[in-house]
Ligand binder design. Sequence first.
Ligand code: ATP
Ligand code: MG
Length: 328
Amino acid sequence: MSTVAFTCPRCFFTANVSEELRYCPHCGLPDAMDAALDHEPIEVTVGSQRFEVFDRIEIGAISTIYRCRFQSTGREVEGIFKIARDPRVNELIENEARFLRRLHAAPEAARFTAFLPAIEESFRFGDGSSVRRQANILRMHPEIRSPDELYSLVEIKAQYPDGLDPRDVAWIWRRLLSVIGHVHAHDIVHTQVLPMHVLVEPREHKLVLVDWCCAQSLVEQRAPTIISGGYRAWYNRAGGATEPATRGLDIDFGARCMIDLMGGDPVAETFPLNLDPALQRYFQRCLSPKSPGSTDAFRLLADFDHLIETLWGPRKYRPLELAPKSRK
Ligand SMILES: Nc1ncnc2c1ncn2[C@@H]1O[C@H](COP(=O)(O)OP(=O)(O)OP(=O)(O)O)[C@@H](O)[C@H]1O
Ligand SMILES: [Mg+2]
């Protein structure tokens, strides 16, 4: 049975517990939301807006993610209800809302906000009997109709354990570099460009970079970089790019995601044997320590386009086959 890190929002008891756990083993507090959702959707009202929260997608390290439904500009939309698992991380959920709002407000936002979730609401959730936890309601691009259309790179790797064809990886990398480049142009770094945060829609080749809880501004006072569970070796390998976080960190991690996806070893920095040596050199260049130009996402994108056109000719659409998602 798989286990997850658990911290009780009432008594702060912390342990690895079964994913099935519904009650704090120390104080017995049920996660009121999960328990209620066993029976029917929960209705959450914020101001005059009503959100129907109806099933859990993921228990993350700091938050629990549910599906939700609401009215937006006259039509029903499916989005994400993300709530802190512990009130001590409320600030991180607020941090996500702050950075996403800032990015969506950018003058040229229309060029890149399809790659980012949007904040519909950010608020404290809970009644008087429990400590109030911060929650974000996130909306995806209107053409992504449901969270079911999105697959994380972890999910894709599970379906292609021997590695994805580099021609499929190419469109994912091009979109990832593009969103990273736009975000960096605003002096913001994501700091956790990791496989579970890169979501793609395989049919129309859309991409969304999620989890902005640990984003940082390069020009404001800096919080320490938070190391995401299971990826300590990546932070160690990224060396000087981690503390304080730099643009190079996002690019380094993005490149490790691609190496992993192609069936290489993102920690040992080895590539699948049949990967063209020019592509190997290219991805090697994206990793820390830095070579000139290797922290500039737009330049890396232009270089990549040039390289793949040389290798494979003009770009053309390739469908990526993935099994439909089964709901947990
Ligand atoms: N819009 C979405 N559509 C589908 N899945 C999503 C969406 N947003 C998040 N997820 C899934 O939920 C997971 C957890 O979300 P997020 O990273 O925002 O929270 P977290 O508490 O930091 O979790 P983790 O510790 O797993 O990173 C993501 O890694 C992703 O797989
Ligand atoms: Mg996360």
